[in-house]
Design a protein around this ligand. Structure first.
Ligand SMILES: [Zn+2]
Length: 309
């Protein structure tokens, strides 16, 4: 009779030593290893995805900037008026005022041209400092002065953005009787200014010594025909007086004169007396606060003229 035995729990074909507990342990180890492997792979995958996303984001960012730049370029190219406006505003905030001075549409424009005749003089340095302090521009109708200070002043006027204008070489009223001699006198100063400043082209802004009515039609017409513009004045600083009033009185006179015009041209002389020099900062400060702009002259603006041709 066969003896009934209790069957052992064992898996067929496996070595005898592999008991249930050993199998369980191996299974647990395998599961842990699998989990560890999976986690490692998932971490790698995650990092790879992260890198891809970062790269993609950077690329998108670069692209998003690029199209903007391209769009801006395209817009500028396709919209000349916007382009011009932007460029003009960046380059010269006074472009609109200057344009109106050229066209003659000057109603309410509030522009003042300070002009200083007959220099450069020993006062020019101080005048330039004063103008620069207020960010105001001036126009210097010079004659020919052959000394070191004058040469330095011709250069300073140009270098600092003011207008170096022509008032003949000799300031000789007698030349009006001989137009050719008069034109030669103008040309002599023109050439001298070029030599001193290194400019290839001068302003071609002119004032007749004594004003255009002190000259004659032949000289005025001849000068215009030679490519010059000329300006007289509509406000006088009165600096020619032998016994000038106080700086406050002079300043008030100039200020009231300027308030009467859309475009004022103020006549002063390089040999300004002390009271006239002291009046200038008062004039500039007061009128700037009232919205006036102090500009230097250019050839193609419209100016007050006493003798038209
Ligand atoms: Zn003069």
């Amino acid at each position: 009779m066969r003896k009934k035995t209790t069957p052992k729990l064992r898996i067929k074909n496996l070595p005898r030593f592999l008991t249930l507990s050993a199998m369980s342990l191996i299974l647990i180890v395998m599961i842990i290893m699998s989990l560890f492997f999976l986690m490692t792979k998932m971490t790698e995958l995650f990092n790879t995805q992260k890198q891809i996303l970062q790269t993609s984001s950077a690329a998108n960012s670069a692209e998003s900037n690029a199209p903007k730049a391209e769009t801006a370029t395209v817009n500028n190219n396709n919209n000349p008026s916007a382009n011009t406006a932007t460029a003009t505003n960046d380059a010269d905030p006074l472009a609109d005022i200057k344009s109106r001075l050229r066209s003659g549409d000057t109603a309410g424009i509030k522009v003042v041209f300070l002009t200083f005749d007959d220099g450069p003089s020993e006062n020019t340095d101080e005048l330039l400092d004063m103008l620069n302090e207020y960010d105001a521009k001036g126009t210097f109708f010079t004659t020919l002065h052959d000394n070191d200070n004058a040469k330095a002043m011709y250069r300073r006027i140009v270098d600092e953005g003011h207008t170096l204008a022509n008032h003949t070489s000799s300031h000789d009223y007698g030349l009006y009787n001989n137009p050719d001699a008069f034109f030669a006198d103008v040309d002599e100063l023109d050439q001298y200014q070029k030599t001193i400043t290194g400019q290839t082209q001068t302003s071609h802004v002119f004032r007749f010594p004594g004003g255009s009515t002190n000259s004659n039609e032949a000289c005025v017409q001849g000068l215009v025909d030679r490519g010059w513009n000329y300006s007289d004045w509509n406000v006088s600083s009165g600096d020619g007086c032998a016994d000038p009033p106080s700086s406050d009185v002079i300043a008030q006179m100039i200020i009231e004169g300027c308030r009467e015009n859309d475009v004022s041209v103020v006549l002063s002389h390089a040999e300004l007396k002390d009271s006239s020099r002291a009046a200038m900062p008062i004039v500039i400060e007061t009128l700037q606060q009232e919205g006036y702009t102090f500009l230097s002259m250019e050839k193609d603006y419209n100016y007050p003229r006493h003798l038209e041709v």
